[in-house]
Design a protein around this ligand. Structure first.
Ligand code: HEC
Ligand code: HEC
Length: 235
């Protein structure tokens, strides 16, 4: 089924203009870089120069875009308003919709310059993600961390797109030796629906998990329903 989906996505892709397809792939690449740009590369060792000395994380983690700007893209106004991830730094959602060419310089200046560790194509991908790939979190998750979609609609989507790797109960994590139930998809979807949403939309860095936006071509409503169903999974 997955192969057929990929074939359909490919044919659909070929019907789009080359540049629209390239932009799609760039959004996915950018979304994965936003999550953890150093996956599969050399990790930074020191703290990021903009990471506040009073905040709690150390080393490589302080270089992840999500660590300062949030899984929900609203920084100190969102999930990271308090707790072990608090930095007080604002989000990136305000740049959504701006041309990527206007966003690129923001990733190349001063203490926020990533051009020494990331290629031009990476920076462009990040800017494309920030321009086209961010969502308004309030459309997907309420202030009590409940997904706003309909779980009934998400069930068949989960079974088609996720169960082959994560099991029908969310707990079949047959990678990195995690034990059943320790940190399944349901657990993460309830604890951190903002992170789960980002991963559903773009995939998981350094894995073959597909992007539901780019590889599966799902729309906002379908993704919202998928997240709601993920919150009902036992594991
Ligand atoms: C250590 C914390 C930190 C990390 C990591 C970080 N940023 Fe930032 N970022 C900041 C700060 C601080 C600002 C400036 C905010 C301000 O103007 O008050 C900023 C500003 C921005 C802005 C401009 C926002 C605006 O409205 O002007 C964008 C876009 C941005 N960051 C994207 C990213 C991306 C993409 C990454 C990952 C490659 C990233 N940031 C990683 C701290 C960080
Ligand atoms: C081709 C296999 C595959 C498919 C299909 C897949 N995933 Fe994944 N997923 C992975 C792998 C591998 C990881 C990385 C887990 C790790 O390294 O701990 C992952 C990670 C995750 C994570 C983060 C777990 C964590 O602890 O950080 C979530 C949440 C997730 N997947 C949900 C989903 C959902 C929902 C779907 C369907 C929309 C899906 N995945 C489809 C393979 C897959």
């Amino acid at each position: 089924m997955k192969h057929r989906m990929t074939a359909i996505a490919l044919v659909a892709g070929m019907l789009l203009t080359g540049s629209a397809l390239a932009a799609d792939l760039s959004v996915k690449r950018g979304g994965l870089l936003y999550d953890k740009w150093y996956a599969g590369r050399e990790k930074p060792e020191t703290n990021h120069p903009l990471y506040p000395a009073t905040a709690k994380k150390k080393g490589a983690a302080t270089w992840r875009c999500k660590e300062c700007h949030g899984w929900d893209y609203i920084g100190a106004r969102g999930r990271y308003a308090k707790g072990s991830h608090f930095t007080g730094i604002k989000g990136t959602y305000q740049v959504a919709g701006k041309p990527a060419s206007k966003i690129e310089p923001m990733l190349k200046s001063g203490n926020h310059d990533f051009s020494k560790m990331l290629s031009d194509a990476d920076i462009r991908a990040l800017a494309t993600f920030l321009s086209e790939g961010q969502v308004d979190i309030a459309k997907f998750v309420d202030s009590d961390n409940r997904a706003l979609g309909e779980a009934d609609g998400g069930k068949p989507l989960y079974e088609e797109n996720c169960a082959s790797c994560h099991g029908t109960d969310g707990g079949q994590l047959d990678f990195k030796g995690k034990k059943d139930g320790v940190q399944g998809v349901g657990w993460l979807a309830r604890k951190n629906p903002q992170e789960t949403l980002h991963k559903i939309r773009f995939g998981h860095p350094g894995s073959d998990m597909p992007s539901m936006v780019v590889d599966a071509g799902l729309g906002e409503k379908q993704i919202s329903d998928l997240l709601a169903y993920a919150q009902t999974l036992e594991q």
